[in-house]
Each structure stands twice: as C-alpha cells, then as structure tokens.
Write a new protein. Structure first.
Length: 233
C-alpha cells in the first residue's frame, strides 16, 4: 500500500509526519483512517507503529513555544500537509513530548510575566517623567505669565505635553521649554477656553477669520497674566 499523491516529504535533520486528508490505514497494524502518518518507503505507518504515539501535536503559530518545545523534547517531528494547489508540502506544526510542551509553556509564561513587569516599570517611569515635565512646563508658564493661576498653568502644561498628541509640548522646542513653544501653548489654551473661538468654528466661520475676531480677547487675557503690555497678534 503506497501514497501516490506526492513525493515523500523531507525536512533535513527532522523526522516528518504527514497530515493526511485521505482515509489511509497503517500498513503494519491496519489502524485507520489515519489523520497523522509516517511514510516508510512509501508505506503509511500510524504514529504508534512509528514509535511516535506518545508525542502530542502543537499547531504552528507560536514561534517561541514551538522552538522551546523542540528544545525541551528529546524526540520531535515536523508535521506537514500537502497543498495540491501549490504542489508542495507545508508545515502545520510539530509533535513533541507532552512534558516538554509543558516545560516550554512554563518558560513562555515566565517570559510573558517578565515582559508584563517590564511594561509596568516602563509605564511608571514614563509617568514619572511626564509628571516632572508637566511641572517644569507649568513653572515656565508661570514665569512668563505670572498672573496665570497655578492650576490653570498646570492644566495648560498637561494638555500641551500629552505623549503622542503632536501638541507643542511634545515638539523639540516644547521639550526644551523654549519660550516661543510655551507661549504658543498658553495662547492656544486661552483661545479655546477664554474666547468664543470654538463656537465661531462650529458656526462655520473660517479659522483665520475666527482667530482675527478673538485676537483682542486673547491679548487681553495675556496682558493681564503678564502684568505688562504684550502684543501677541
């Protein structure tokens, strides 16, 4: 009894098991139909007759788990299936010892836990960095605009420096606390909070015209916060 559907698959340095869609029976013990078989000189053998019956199937997909399972397993085999459309065998997974798979899963879980702890540490570090930066940005707002309430300065700083926002606080100038960048953040905050700018935009007023209309109100707030004359335009 032979398999004529395809040449015997070969993976250098690996035992190969075929995942068959045909209803084949073991040439030795007649067990079947076989979903997994080994070809010996063209004749199908069940896993038990091929001394592989104690192995368990691990589908492809998790590269780290597959690699570690093979590392942990004294005996393993590559599982392939013939793709008629492409005319070739394709890997479907591996057969490994059950205890080896358990050890590999434990290693992967340990790594996952280590990655989780590292992500948590990184998140705490970024949060601390952000807190320090917001405080520094707020202090610069108050230095440039002494009349700005402290809570308002902090709100401006927090809004301008949100990670990934693309706002002025995350620009190179903003991170360097350049005066122009800090002032831009303050002007933007005043524009949106202390004037009817947003309402004008919602009513269909073009952006540049809306800015022209609210410019005096923005200047008034900034003058009050600076305590001296300043033309912000």
């Amino acid at each position: 009894m032979t398999l004529s559907v395809a040449p015997t698959p070969h993976v250098p340095g690996r035992l190969v098991v075929v995942q068959s869609a045909k209803r084949k029976r073991c040439a030795a013990c007649r067990r079947g139909p076989l979903s997994l078989l080994v070809l010996e000189e063209g004749a199908p053998r069940c896993l038990h007759c091929a001394d592989l019956g104690h192995l368990v199937f691990l589908p492809r997909g998790d590269t780290a788990l597959t690699r570690r399972s093979r590392e942990e397993s004294t005996l393993s085999a590559v599982v392939v299936r013939f793709n008629r459309r492409k005319g070739r065998y394709e890997r479907q997974g591996v057969l490994v010892e059950e205890a080896a798979l358990a050890r590999a899963e434990a290693r992967c879980l340990a790594d996952a836990e280590a990655r989780r702890r590292r992500r948590a540490r990184d998140a705490r570090r970024r949060a601390a960095e952000d807190e320090r930066f917001v405080a520094a940005f707020a202090a610069e707002v108050v230095r440039l605009f002494p009349g700005c309430p402290a809570e308002r300065a902090r709100a401006i700083a927090a809004h301008a420096s949100v990670r990934g926002s693309g706002r002025v606080g995350r620009s190179a100038a903003g991170r360097g606390l350049a005066e122009g960048a800090v002032t831009s953040a303050v002007v933007a905050a005043v524009r949106h909070v202390d004037t009817p700018y947003d309402q004008l935009l919602m009513s269909g007023v073009p952006r540049y015209e809306a800015r022209r209309r609210i410019a005096p109100a923005v200047e008034g707030v900034l003058r009050a916060w600076q305590g001296a004359g300043a033309d912000v335009g």
